[in-house]
Ligand binder design. Structure first.
Ligand code: GLU
Length: 481
C-alpha cells in the first residue's frame, strides 16, 4: 500500500504552529515512505474562511520547506460529491431527516441536564412515519440529515501514537448531524466529520495523522467509513503543543502563527527543526540539530510521544542560534538584508563583499535575525552616538592622549589586519598606558559602546568605509586630555 497523507487546514486564521507541526509529522512520514503529501483546504466554514488565510497557510508551509505533492484542493469546490454521499446514506437507510426545532433541542438538553445526564440527541426522529414527516414539512420545518449511531457499538482502533483506543457508541452524542438544515427535498451544507471522511476516502488517504484534539472525532469517522463501504486508514493522534502552564497553546499565549515567528527573525530551518522535536524524540545518532531530510530518513511513530509537548522558547532560541552561527555569510546576508533595509541602512550603496563580512562578524552573536539591525548599527550610521558607559570611558585620564596617538598613527599608515596591532601600540606608547585601556577606549570610540562584536574586525570594516577616523575624532571631542 502506498503512503498517502494529508494536511487539512481550515483557512480561518494564519498558519498556526500546531497545524504546522502536524504538517511536519505528515511530511516526514510521507518522505520516509516515499509517499505522497496532499494539501486540502477545509474552507466549508464560509463565514470564517478567508483567501488571505489560505495564502498565509500555503506561504508558511512553503517557507518551512514542506511543499506538497498534490493539491491544494478546496472543499467548497467539492460540495456535489458530499451531497451525493449524503444521499447514498439516506438511500441505504443509514441516515435520516430530523425535523427538530432549535427550541425542541434546547428543551431536550435542559431535561437531560436536570436528570444529570450528558447532553445528547435522543434519536427521537429516527423512525418517523411518512405521515409524521409530511406533517413537519407542512409546518415549514427544515430538516437536517442525521447519521445513525448504534449505542451498543464499540469502536476500537490501533492508533499510531496511542495504541488501542476504544469508544462506546453511546458516548458519541446520539445520531450525528452530517448535513445542515435545508428544504426536505434538498441536502444542506455538509458538516466537518462527514466531509473529512468523504475526502479522505476519495483522496485515498492511507494514514490520517492529526492533532490529539481530533481524537473524539475519530470514532464517528470510523462509523462513517464503514457506512460508506470504505476500508479504514490508520489513525495517528499527535500530542498537543502546550504552554508553560501545561494548557493547550492558544492565541492568548502570544506568538502562535508561523508568519509571526518568521517576522521575529527565526529561520525556517531552525523553526522547523524545533517543531520536529515537539513530540518526537529523535534517535541519538541524529542529534538535536538536523535538516528535514535527515529527520525524514529516521522518522517513525515509535518515537512520537503521547504526552503533550511544552513549547520552550529557550530551546527554540538555542536551535535558531545554532543555525545562524553556522550559516555561510552569503546566505546570512540574504536573510539580513530585509532587516537592514527596514532599519534604513544604505545597503544598496554598499558592496556585497563588505556586507558579507558584516554577516560573518555578527553570526555567532545572533539568536534571531531581527537583532542584527541593532547589533550592526555602528557599522552603518555615520553618527553613532556614545552610550553613557562609552562616554565615561572616553573621559578617563589619559584616554584622550592614547586615542590621539592612535588617530595620528592611523593617518600615517593604511589599516590592515597586519598593521592594526602597531596602530594600537602607538596608543599604548603615546599615553604610557596598558593595552587593555586602549582597547576598551577604542571600542567606546569606534562603536559608541563598551560591548559588541570583535573589535579589530569591526575596526577593519569601519576603516573600509572610511568611518573610523571621523569617529575617533568625534570621540576625542568628548575626551578630557
Ligand atoms: N480542518 C481540521 C483542522 O484544521 C483538520 C481536520 C483533520 O485533520 O482531520 O483542525
Amino acid at each position: 500500500m502506498s503512503v498517502r497523507v494529508r494536511i487539512a487546514p481550515s483557512p480561518t486564521g494564519k498558519l498556526h504552529i500546531g497545524t504546522a507541526r502536524t504538517a511536519v509529522f505528515n511530511w516526514l512520514f510521507a518522505q520516509h515512505h516515499g509517499g505522497t503529501f496532499v494539501l486540502r483546504i477545509e474552507d466549508t466554514d464560509l463565514e470564517r474562511s478567508k483567501p488571505e488565510y489560505t495564502e498565509n497557510i500555503m506561504q508558511g508551509l512553503r517557507w518551512l520547506g514542506m511543499s506538497w505533492d498534490e493539491g491544494p484542493s478546496y472543499q467548497t469546490e467539492r460540495l456535489a460529491l458530499y451531497q451525493q454521499q449524503v444521499q447514498k446514506l439516506l438511500d441505504q437507510g443509514l441516515a435520516y431527516r430530523a425535523y427538530d426545532t432549535p427550541a425542541e433541542l434546547d428543551a431536550m438538553r435542559e431535561d437531560q441536564k436536570a436528570q444529570n445526564q450528558a447532553p445528547r440527541y435522543d434519536n427521537r426522529h429516527r423512525h418517523l412515519t411518512p405521515e409524521q414527516e409530511a406533517a413537519f414539512q407542512a409546518e415549514g420545518r427544515q430538516p437536517v440529515v442525521r447519521f445513525k449511531i448504534d449505542d451498543d457499538r464499540e469502536i476500537v482502533w490501533n492508533d499510531m501514537v496511542r495504541d488501542a483506543v476504544t469508544w462506546k457508541g453511546r458516548d458519541l452524542g446520539g445520531d450525528m448531524v452530517i448535513a445542515r438544515a435545508a428544504a426536505a427535498d434538498q441536502i444542506g451544507p455538509p458538516l466537518y466529520n462527514f466531509v473529512v471522511v468523504v475526502d479522505d476516502i476519495d483522496m485515498q488517504i492511507s494514514h490520517v495523522i492529526r492533532g490529539e484534539d481530533h481524537i473524539g472525532n475519530t470514532p464517528k469517522q470510523i462509523l462513517l467509513y464503514e457506512a460508506l463501504g470504505a476500508s479504514l486508514p490508520q489513525f495517528g493522534h499527535t500530542p498537543l503543543i502546550l504552554n508553560q502552564a501545561g494548557a493547550k497553546l492558544s492565541k492568548r499565549d502570544g506568538v502562535t502563527s508561523i508568519s509571526e515567528f518568521q517576522a521575529m527573525g527565526y529561520t525556517a530551518a531552525g523553526l522547523v527543526n524545533y517543531m520536529t522535536l515537539l513530540g518526537w524524540s529523535p534517535p541519538e545518532s541524529l542529534g538535536e540539530i538536523f535538516t528535514l531530510d535527515a529527520a525524514a530518513a529516521q522518522f517513525d511513530f515509535e518515537r512520537v510521544n503521547r504526552a503533550g509537548a511544552k513549547f520552550d522558547w529557550d530551546k527554540l532560541n538555542w536551535i535558531n542560534s545554532q543555525y545562524l552561527h553556522h550559516m555561510p555569510p552569503a546566505q546570512l546576508t540574504d536573510l539580513l538584508l530585509p532587516y537592514w533595509q527596514e532599519a534604513g541602512y544604505p545597503v544598496e550603496s554598499l558592496e556585497r563583499s563588505w556586507l558579507e563580512q558584516v554577516s560573518a562578524l555578527i553570526a555567532t552573536d545572533l539568536v534571531r535575525l531581527d537583532e542584527a539591525a541593532t547589533k550592526t548599527r555602528y557599522l552603518f550610521v555615520s553618527d553613532v552616538g556614545f552610550s553613557e558607559a562609552a562616554t565615561a570611558q572616553l573621559q578617563l585620564e589619559k584616554v584622550g592622549t592614547a586615542l590621539q596617538a592612535v588617530a595620528e598613527a592611523l593617518e600615517q599608515q593604511p589599516l590592515s589586519a597586519e598593521t592594526v596591532q602597531s596602530v594600537i601600540q602607538a596608543g599604548v606608547d603615546g599615553a604610557k598606558v596598558k593595552k587593555g585601556l586602549v582597547m576598551k577606549s577604542l571600542r567606546a570610540a569606534l562603536t559608541g559602546d563598551l560591548q559588541g562584536p570583535d573589535l579589530v574586525q569591526s575596526w577593519l570594516l569601519l576603516n573600509q568605509q572610511q568611518m573610523d577616523l571621523p569617529r575617533l575624532k568625534q570621540a576625542l571631542t568628548l575626551a578630557v586630555s
